[in-house]
Design a protein around this ligand. Sequence first.
Ligand code: HEM
Length: 502
Amino acid sequence: MLEELFKSSTSVLLLGVIIGLLIIQILLSSFSSKEMREPPGPRPLLLLGNLLQVNLKRLDKSLFDLSKTYGPVFTVYFGLKKVIVIAGYRTVKQALVNHAEEFGNREVTPIFYDFTKGHGILFSNGDSWKEMRRFALSTLKDFGMGKRISEGKIIEECHYLIQEFEQHQGNMTFNNSQTIVYAASNIISAIMFGNRFEYKDPVFQAMVERDNESIRLTGSASLLIYNIVPWLGPFLKNWRDLMKNVEDNKAEVKRIIGNLKETLNPEMCRCFVDAFLIHRQKLEESEIKDSHYHDDNLLYSVINLFAAGTDTTGNTLQWCLLYMAKYPHIQDQVLEELNRVVGSRQVCVEDRKNLPYTDAVIHESQRLGNIVPMAIPHRTSRDVSLHGYFIKEGTTVFPLLTSVLYDESEWEDPFTFNPAHFLDQEGKFVKRDAFMPFSAGRRVCPGESLARMEIFLFFTSLLQHFRFTPPPGVSEDELDLTPVVGFTLSPSPQKLCAVRRQ
Ligand code: HEM
């Protein structure tokens, strides 16, 4: 009897253990299958992937729309190329900041490789990237990024810009976009090469124009196709034009670097190029031979910083002025604040904290202008799980900045120009976490503080002198906010009036 009872209780126990183990296994397997789930996405077609479901002419918008169906982490196939799109402020931040290492590599697409052959800062990875980025950040700091030296240079450039605008007084209306880009370019030129250029200098104009065109071409549909089918390159006119631009700019920058090398004096460091060469000399003196400080890294870092520092800042300023002409009541409030706080003296960086409305207008212009809509493609450096989805090492990732800057759960009025996004009830400036035009994490823009200083000083100095309006016969409503789509989004070319203020 006892034996029977023992036997039956043992079998119950055994059964219990088996059921328990089974439950644990089911739980574990369901957990791990959840962990290992691939991000969802629209069903791809054979060979084409999802190419027919996205609008290559406005890819960021198309992907933003898809995120509403597939959620914040989803898969899109460009042909056979798999890309994971990350959308919405919270998820983008979680990926780029909380998983900074895993999401911190750059995807060097065929076109990016054509640009800089894996050297420089923008389109490189590994130790070389780390060293070049660190060197660029510290040299930009030495040359006054966020400090008075840059402030002085920018203020000097503001005077040239204002003079240039004044020359158009008789004419009143002009397409001011190029002049603004030249002014922005002169700041990074001064840091890179130790001097500014005359706006009329044809060599300078050609360099800026080539960069500008290259950025537009890089975002064109045919070059997106080139990235999927690289052997098509020589058959595509856009690719051939782009390669010509790249080669011409390389030759020009090599020439400038050559001149600086000839006149190098280690006792007097004039610019970024000097700092690089002097650093290399020191390494060579200490018998360190195979460092990352070789000619290719010098050439391509300079090309990267020049291009990244020219178009972006100039572009943002163009958006700021276009919004002012479009929304005159907002411009009036900026002018009133500037008059009240600064009057007619030269504005300086210190004034920013006393100009909350102006600061909010600049931030709102950057938010709505959204000039780098998909950041620059990233690549995972190891396997990672995000939102319960598995993403394999080496996967291309698009951090969709459009979906951050227009995130409906972060912004009260995401698609409207509304400076109140950055103001509290009392009109004080408020920082917003979802303001991420410079991206975030390991690849965050290293030029952010320089760009912010430039935009603030150029914008306020221009508004101290001019009121911006549509040209005669054009209403504010008719000013076109549709962007020209390239790798960045810039305002459509159109005329504005810069009317001298009394
Ligand atoms: C309004 C102006 C600017 C905006 C909105 C902007 C935005 C960005 C964005 C979104 C990225 C990509 C980050 C990522 O991959 O996640 C980036 C990268 C970069 N930016 Fe800027 N940028 C601006 C101005 C500048 C300036 C003035 C410089 C030069 C001093 C600069 C130099 C760079 C470089 C070198 C990178 C590549 C960083 C890396 O790959 O490690 N940018 N920028």
